[in-house]
Design a protein around this ligand. Structure first.
Ligand code: IPE
Ligand code: IPE
Ligand code: MG
Length: 227
């Protein structure tokens, strides 16, 4: 088509494959998660230069509680460390932190840290949305209940009550590690998003991989049901 290449404004990523990354190196799973955090850090540093308004990252699903306690503890401790170490950088780089999911259900100290981080970054112009204790079906059910409470159960009203109600429409959804499923992530928002499934394991995913994904997106023809 003759239209000019489209710039993605909102990209979401299912960051999968930390465990397999570690297994291939005969390292503990925790090491895979640690390297996964480093991949996040590098990516967040680069999004400003890629023209994105919003990057949404799936960090912990409502179903990830099923994992062994030790792994859940490792993930929560990495979360604590990440917020502490990277908050100053978010503030300095004009990044607004946003959390989606049932994050108030996390440990009280994490909730307090997140509340503080949200407040300190509220003036940022680009958004990093992190999905924590997130499940899309649960999010839709919460939004539908709120819509019902005001007697207006429509697609617009449900969308207005989703956790993502202040984010731009989702343009591109990426999943790493070769799995081709959504695992309860952004089911509503993905209605017309472009999808990209890549084999790269999350700790190996670099800003260059994201740039390649954005170039791929720019070549796609989106129709939204029209013609
Ligand atoms: C993604 O990596 C991180 C989280 C789900 C928190 P996994 O831990 O799912 O890694 P694999 O899928 O077992 O390789
Ligand atoms: C999805 O990955 C959740 C996150 C990346 C946080 P999972 O590894 O939990 O998904 P399944 O279990 O393979 O579907
Ligand atoms: Mg996985």
């Amino acid at each position: 088509m003759g239209s000019s290449p489209a710039q993605a404004k909102h990209v979401a990523i299912i960051m999968d494959g930390n465990g397999r990354w570690a297994k291939r190196r005969a390292l503990p799973r925790a090491m895979g998660h640690q390297r996964g955090v480093e991949a996040v850090r590098k990516l967040v540093r680069s999004v400003g230069s890629m023209g994105l308004d919003c990057l949404t990252l799936y960090a912990f699903s409502s179903e990830n509680w099923k994992r062994p306690d030790e792994e859940v503890d490792d993930l929560m401790n990495l979360m604590r460390k990440f917020i502490k170490s990277d908050l100053p950088e978010f503030i300095a780089n004009d990044v607004r932190l946003k959390i989606i999911g049932d994050w108030q259900g996390l440990a009280p100290d994490i909730v307090a840290m997140l509340e503080d981080a949200l407040e300190q970054t509220s003036g940022g112009s680009r958004t990093l949305a992190v999905a924590l204790n997130y499940g899309a079906q649960q999010e839709i059910a919460r939004a539908a209940a709120k819509a019902a409470a005001i007697g207006e159960v429509t697609d617009k009203s449900i969308a207005a009550h989703l956790d993502t109600n202040d984010l731009p429409p989702l343009d591109l959804l990426i999943r790493t590690s070769g799995e081709v499923r959504l695992s309860n992530f952004l089911l509503w928002q993905a209605a017309y998003a472009e999808m990209l499934f890549v084999d790269t394991l999350w700790p190996d995913f670099t800003p260059e991989h994201l740039q390649t994904a954005l170039d791929d997106f720019a070549d796609r023809e989106r129709r939204f049901g029209g013609r």
